[in-house]
Design a binder for this molecule. Structure first.
Ligand SMILES: [Zn+2]
Length: 354
């Protein structure tokens, strides 16, 4: 048996005490969504099917508990002992937010905040993370060898465990397992390891290098490089910005990993994205969220300089009244039916009054 060291025991106790103290503070929940779509694979758990999203919004509507995310600002009224107030947010600016989510939000009269990447609006190609999923997780068969230039470096990978060829004999389940989660499950097959390795290597590149890597991977895997547009265009953005239920927020210019950038580049990304969204919306924008939930002191300082009411992270906790309004935690809503969604809010987070 492994004997835990005293430092670990102390930190576990501290973590438990901290959670208990947080649990007694006035609180509420900020829900984080990305896409409302039926997805064949979803390694980050960011896709909720339209049917499940409808059931989840039905739960919120029955409790009459939804508020705007900015109600979690300094003088906001979203915090309560019972934790019954919840806000719905979306990140990135996917077209399905307009096509699939908006009619459901309208039917249940639920407000939502959509944090849009500045350079996503009108973008006709995928972002690299969507291309990477399609290139590495979708095909039934992949070439065994991959040689690719990432940034200035040439990389070589081999799919040696058979996860490349296995698919041809019908034993494809492990290879193309749509339930595999990159953030929860261990990478077991070479294909899953390749996905995780490439993701970590591409996230730190510049935008044009990311796009080049995406094209090279799609070509290598035999997938089409160009696909129908999946981000909002100017008109759809304008529809969101004018909609009485929707608040638009900013989400940087290019969705880079802020913690891998210098403070100066962080500021360029955060302020540049905010200006772009304000120009498109034609008015002041009052909320922001950190891409990939990644932030550090200088990124938070740059977000604070925007003068926004709230900035959201992806720390998976309820928001409590003493939290810093520029690093508000958010709970990632998964593809659950209404009952499981309600249980998750109540049992795991003591939100949503019984
Ligand atoms: Zn994002």
């Amino acid at each position: 048996m492994r004997v835990p060291d005293a430092g670990l025991v102390r930190s576990v106790i501290r973590g438990g005490v901290r959670r208990r103290i947080r649990g007694y503070r006035r609180r509420g929940g900020i829900l984080m969504y990305h896409r409302v779509i039926d997805a064949a694979f979803d390694p980050w758990g960011i896709c909720v099917s339209p049917r499940m999203f409808d059931e989840q919004m039905q739960v919120l509507a029955e409790h009459r508990s939804t508020v705007d995310a900015v109600s979690f600002s300094a003088d906001g009224d979203a915090y309560s002992r019972s934790g019954e107030r919840l806000a719905v947010t979306f990140d990135d600016g996917y077209l399905d937010n307009v096509v699939a989510a908006l009619p459901i939000l309208e039917r249940h009269e639920i407000p939502a905040t959509i944090f849009v990447i500045g350079n996503a609006v009108g973008r006709t190609r995928e972002f690299w993370w969507d291309a990477l999923e399609r290139a590495v997780l979708a095909p039934t068969v992949l070439p065994v060898e991959l040689e690719i230039t990432l940034g200035d470096e040439r990389h070589r990978y081999t799919l040696a465990d058979g996860s490349a060829e296995q698919a041809t004999d019908g034993s494809a389940e492990q290879v193309t397992d749509g339930r595999w989660r990159a953030d929860v499950d261990a990478a077991v097959t070479d294909r899953q390891r390749l996905f995780a390795t490439l993701w970590a290597a591409i996230v730190v590149l510049d935008p044009d290098e990311q796009d080049r890597a995406a094209d090279d991977l799609l070509t290598w895997s035999g997938q089409r490089v160009s696909v129908p547009r999946i981000m909002v265009d100017d008109n759809e953005f304008a529809e969101l910005a004018a909609h009485p239920l929707i608040t638009v927020g900013s989400h940087t210019l290019d969705h880079l990993s802020l913690t891998d950038l210098s403070p100066r580049r962080q500021r360029d990304q955060i302020h540049g994205g905010h200006r772009r969204i304000e120009e498109l919306a034609g008015r002041r924008i009052t909320c922001f969220s950190f891409p990939f939930g990644r932030y550090d002191d200088s990124a938070v300082a740059a977000a604070r300089e925007l003068g926004v009411d709230i900035a959201c992270t992806s720390v998976p906790e309820p928001a409590t009244v003493t939290d810093d309004r520029h690093t508000l935690p958010r709970l990632q809503a998964l593809d659950l039916d209404g009952d499981a969604f309600a249980r998750w809010l109540r049992d795991d987070h003591r939100l949503l009054r019984a």
